[in-house]
Design a binder for this molecule. Structure first.
Ligand SMILES: [Zn+2]
Length: 301
């Protein structure tokens, strides 16, 4: 699982700071999560192939999370894209994007498929044989969802030597991979665990931005490998966090701790602060394993 942070600042793009966007590579998928202004420039900078992006997840309709979307859609058209593009986001996203295309008379020559979200409960939004994606309902000034990306449990691996020694017919290999005990050629029942090895542990990633402290997301994101949680402010500005429905670094850490996540990645920083270390220090008073996102940073988990 590889996470590339394209932008991790709030509000407005600046010379050296980009607004929210990131790319998650998981099981051969390349998911784009949020699409702040300048996302396509960041994609080029980090040599991410445009045509590998087939699914875009938008958390909410504040500009710093989607103002790059219409530009990216337009660029895909100019690059003569033919592959379908799926966009998951709040109700209204189709209207705001298609209005701009309509007034410019610039429709795409590929299928643009909108999946508009309205539910305030967690919902399954994407599934194939390897990966599932659910929404994480958040609490912000407008309707907002985070997204939970999870690999499915893989198949068990055959221990070829053990399988041969146990005299099992190849016709049963599929059943073995699925975890069943099977009979060998002599009619003896073979314990699955003696001839197979466990599948690799499925990876999971939760993206939570923007939101105020919302403890009821904990059961949804319980035990994820990596949690990206917004930390727009430090505790000294907790009043601003409350007023604008954002979180502090300490609150993000509390969520990470209660959900027992592997790693907490902080982001969506207000640009009022001079450096990022204070975010990490504040979070680490509650939860140890904290990483700071920075524009261009790549995490391999
Ligand atoms: Zn917002």
């Amino acid at each position: 699982m590889k996470l590339t942070i394209l932008g991790c600042y709030s509000a407005t793009p600046r010379a050296l700071n980009n607004t929210t966007s990131q790319v998650l590579e998981i099981n051969n998928h390349m998911f784009l999560i949020d699409c702040g202004e300048g996302t396509q420039v960041q994609l080029r900078k980090h040599r991410i192939k445009f045509n590998r992006i087939k699914h875009i997840f938008i958390s909410h309709l504040h500009g710093d999370h989607f103002f790059g979307l219409v530009g990216l859609i337009s660029t895909f058209r100019l690059l003569t894209r033919e592959t379908d593009l799926h966009i998951y986001g709040p109700k209204g996203i189709k209207e705001v994007i298609t209005l701009q295309m309509k007034l410019a008379d610039s429709w795409t020559n590929y299928n643009l498929i909108f999946h508009e979200l309205t539910s305030k409960k967690t919902k399954l939004v994407f599934e194939d044989d390897k990966v599932v994606v659910h929404t994480i309902p958040l609490n912000h000034r407008v309707y907002t969802n985070g997204f939970l990306f999870k690999e499915k449990e893989g198949e068990r691996k055959l221990d070829i030597v053990a399988v041969e020694n146990a005299n099992i017919d190849t016709a049963y290999f599929r059943k073995l991979k699925q975890g069943f005990d099977v009979e060998n050629r002599d009619g003896v029942l073979i314990d699955n665990k003696k001839v197979t090895k466990p599948a690799k542990k499925p990876k999971s990633y939760a993206f939570c931005s923007d939101t105020m402290f919302k403890e009821d997301i904990v059961p949804i994101i319980k035990n994820v490998d990596v949690l990206y949680h917004e930390s727009t402010f430090l505790e000294k500005h907790a009043n601003l966090a409350l007023k604008t429905k954002h979180s502090t670094a300490k609150e993000a850490a509390k969520i990470a701790k209660h959900a027992n996540v592997g790693t907490l990645v902080l982001g969506h920083y207000s640009t009022r602060y001079d450096g990022l270390n204070a975010f990490k220090e504040e979070a680490q008073t509650v939860f140890d394993n904290v990483e700071l996102s920075e524009d261009g940073k790549v995490f391999n988990f």
